[in-house]
Design a protein around this ligand. Structure first.
Ligand SMILES: Cc1cc2nc3c(=O)[nH]c(=O)nc-3n(C[C@H](O)[C@H](O)[C@H](O)COP(=O)(O)OP(=O)(O)OC[C@H]3O[C@@H](n4cnc5c(N)ncnc54)[C@H](O)[C@@H]3O)c2cc1C
Length: 423
């Protein structure tokens, strides 16, 4: 890998593939292509991302728990891409000009550099969606970056330190209170992490761990809607045993002075409020003149090409790929981002070699949600799994990803780090 100044790149390389976004999709694309291409393909790979590392979003719960370890969810390009023929430009995409076959990169509103492409791969991901509920934006911590996870960690620590100085147990219970809004996988994982982490802290301070007020609010009638019902029941019962109050079918009305007011009139003390209520595609994407769906995701065809654009692929969370078997747009999941990207990398190679393209066929072999660090629920190959086995499987998916984009050496190093983790 070589970090380059974009101005040093040849103005017209005939086979330049620019990949914008080095998350799950972008990193999978560049590594798959770099491993499979031959010198005779004469392909130049350029990865554009302002950060020098991937933020592994699905590992954020490991950062939000325990001692500060932001590095756990960071995969540095210098480690992962070592020895591969990939040029990395640390910058952000400002504009796509499909008619001219070029992109402009540079700081928002600042001077830009133009780069031509033979193929462009857009993998710019998504950002959290925060609805216009009064007081929510100002008080909520979202969960979409290592910084978010660190912010939550600090907020929990500060609130705990303040709470344990209060003498009245009722005041303490209002101060050491955390509300997680959103009962999807992210909200459940964060609630489970906090339920595991905070009671021992409170006990060490000489108070009853049951004084923790931990509430999970979900607007729909149940949590983890994507899982089979039996797994949802197991997940609820595990969370409740861990001290989480689950409020279903409730909507937030406003957040004010550390209290969440629900439409049903319920008031929940929430000095720390985590918003896990959903995401929408990179909002810049709709300005690039490409076809987008109502949620802002870029519409792609069966080959993962942006609608009507022969030279542009879209993969990962920013892409709206309709599964032909279910007729539904694929959910924003790392496992789909990875599969789409690997398929698109092969498709580019086929194009370079004049071979026909095969349509992308999505499939899902399993899904796992952690509830605390040692227990989880999910399914694999149609079979429900729960307990420590689900956690082992979840962590194994990380290991497989590290091997796929990096190497056994990288996977060994990160597995050792994961096993050494203490709470
Ligand atoms: C807390 C959490 C837990 C999750 N857990 C799971 C899980 O257990 N299993 C699962 O399958 N999925 C999970 N997901 C979803 C999964 O993380 C996403 O589907 C996945 O990250 C999508 O990958 P991506 O490459 O499309 O986007 P991202 O991983 O978000 O990467 C996008 C990249 O684009 C870059 N970028 C953005 N804009 C620009 C620009 N203008 N110019 C240049 N670069 C740009 C960003 O810097 C970033 O590096 C979780 C998500 C969250 C938030």
């Amino acid at each position: 890998m070589e970090a380059v100044d974009p101005r040093s790149l040849s103005p017209t390389h005939p086979r330049r593939i620019i990949v914008v976004g080095g998350g799950y999709a972008g990193l999978t694309f560049v590594t798959t292509l770099a491993h499979r291409m031959k010198a005779s393909d004469d392909i130049e790979i350029v990865l554009v991302d302002p950060r020098p590392y991937q933020q592994a979003l699905s590992e954020l719960d490991l950062v939000a728990a325990g001692t500060p370890r932001p590095q756990f969810a960071e995969l540095w390009y210098a480690d992962v891409l070592r020895g591969l023929p990939i040029k990395v430009v640390y910058d952000r995409l400002e504009c796509v000009r499909p008619d001219d076959g070029l992109i402009e990169i540079g700081p928002r509103g600042g001077p830009v550099v133009s780069l031509t492409y033979w193929r462009l791969v857009l993998a710019t991901g998504a950002i959290p969606f925060v609805p216009p509920v009064p007081g929510l934006r100002e008080s909520a911590i979202t969960m979409w970056s290592v910084d978010d996870a660190m912010k939550l960690q600090r907020a929990l620590e500060e609130q705990f330190r303040y709470g344990v100085t209060l003498c009245d147990p009722r005041e303490r219970a209002c101060a050491i209170a955390v509300t997680v809004v959103g009962g999807g996988a992210t909200g459940v994982e964060i609630a489970g992490t906090i339920a595991d982490r905070m009671p021992p802290m409170i006990k060490r301070a000489g108070h009853d761990p049951k004084e923790l007020t931990l509430t999970l609010i979900e607007g729909r009638p149940d949590i983890l809607y994507d899982l089979p019902e039996v797994q949802r029941i197991r997940a609820r019962s595990r969370l409740q045993k861990m001290g989480v109050s689950i409020l279903l079918g409730r909507k937030l009305e406003k957040v004010e002075s550390g209290v969440a007011y629900l439409e049903s009139g319920v008031e929940v003390p929430s000095p720390v409020l985590v918003w896990c209520g959903g995401a929408h595609a990179d909002p810049d994407a709709v300005q690039w003149g490409l076809a987008a769906d109502n949620s802002g995701r870029l519409v792609c065809d069966e080959n993962l090409k942006a609608q009507g654009q022969a030279a542009i692929y879209v993969v990962g969370d920013v892409a709206a790929f309709r599964d032909p078997s279910s007729g539904r747009i694929l959910p924003m999941l790392a496992q789909f981002a990875i599969r789409e990207a690997a398929h698109a990398a092969d498709a580019c190679l086929h194009e370079a070699r004049g071979l026909p393209l095969a349509p992308f066929v999505p499939n899902m072999h399993g899904e796992f949600v952690s509830i605390g660090p040692k227990w989880g629920v999910g399914w694999m190959f149609g079979v429900n799994v729960s307990g420590w086995f689900a956690i082992v499987m979840k962590r194994l998916t990380y290991v497989m990803y590290w091997v796929q984009v990096g190497s056994f050496r990288l996977a060994r190093k990160r597995t050792a780090q994961m096993l050494r983790m203490r709470h």
